[in-house]
Design a protein around this ligand. Structure first.
Ligand SMILES: Nc1nc2c(ncn2[C@@H]2O[C@H](COP(=O)(O)OP(=O)(O)OP(=O)(O)O)[C@@H](O)[C@H]2O)c(=O)[nH]1
Ligand SMILES: [Mg+2]
Length: 195
């Protein structure tokens, strides 16, 4: 299938190491119908951490691109490494995307890596969306992390989304507010509903 430039969206998943980007990508790919099962870090079956060293270390070491179609839009989601040692690899990806999805762990909140990535994306005037992940974690402090995100980035002033477990992990509605079409496309299918 051919695509026009207007029909392609490039979205980078960025954030601190261990925030859950690689597994979030697994969930999005599954939801989009691009895969049949969610990959597992321990078994080394995630789509984006395909390198033997990544499988061994269970961390992303380089950027990896995964694609799926949503309606008539072709979405390229790029998983990036969160370790500061590989920041250069992550920043180089941001030169080529329309939108940046910044994944923040509800268990660890906004750290300096997250802040740096957000600053970089803002300087380049990229569309930014924040995903608060790991909300099921025992250490999650969702309200506190949401407050941090709002305070640090001023996000969710116009809108946002949070998971709705009652939907059984199935699609409900898209997030709105400051999400680009790409961001909305990437999130469509994720269990979410507006604030
Ligand atoms: N509780 C909980 N743990 C999660 C979730 N998502 C990921 N994890 C755990 O967090 C750890 C890191 O997950 P990854 O997806 O590899 O994180 P990452 O952001 O890709 O990490 P880097 O590749 O190092 O940047 C793993 O042990 C996962 O099992 C989640 O939604 N909830
Ligand atoms: Mg990763």
């Amino acid at each position: 299938m051919g695509y026009t430039t207007q029909g392609i969206r490039n979205v980078a998943l960025v954030g601190a190491a261990g925030g859950g980007k690689t597994l979030l990508l697994e969930a999005l790919l599954l939801q989009a119908g691009a895969t049949r099962a969610k990959g597992n870090l321990q078994r080394g079956t995630t789509v984006s951490d395909f390198d033997p060293q990544e499988k061994r270390l269970q961390h992303s070491l380089d950027a990896a691109i995964c694609s799926f179609d949503h309606d008539s839009t072709h979405i390229n989601l790029i998983d990036t490494p969160g370790y500061p040692d590989f920041l250069g690899r992550t920043l180089s990806v941001l030169e080529a995307v329309d939108a940046v999805a910044i994944v923040v762990s509800a268990a660890s909140g906004v750290d300096t890596m997250t802040q740096r990535l957000m600053d970089f994306a803002r300087e380049r005037q990229l569309c930014r969306l924040v995903i608060i992940n790991k909300i099921d974690s025992r250490d999650a402090t969702c309200a506190e992390v949401l407050r941090q995100v709002r305070e640090t980035f001023g996000f969710f002033r116009r809108g946002g989304a949070y998971p709705d477990h009652r939907s059984g992990g199935r699609a409900r509605r898209e997030a709105h507010g400051r999400l680009s079409r790409a961001g909305r496309g990437a999130l469509a299918g994720a269990a979410s509903r507006p604030f």
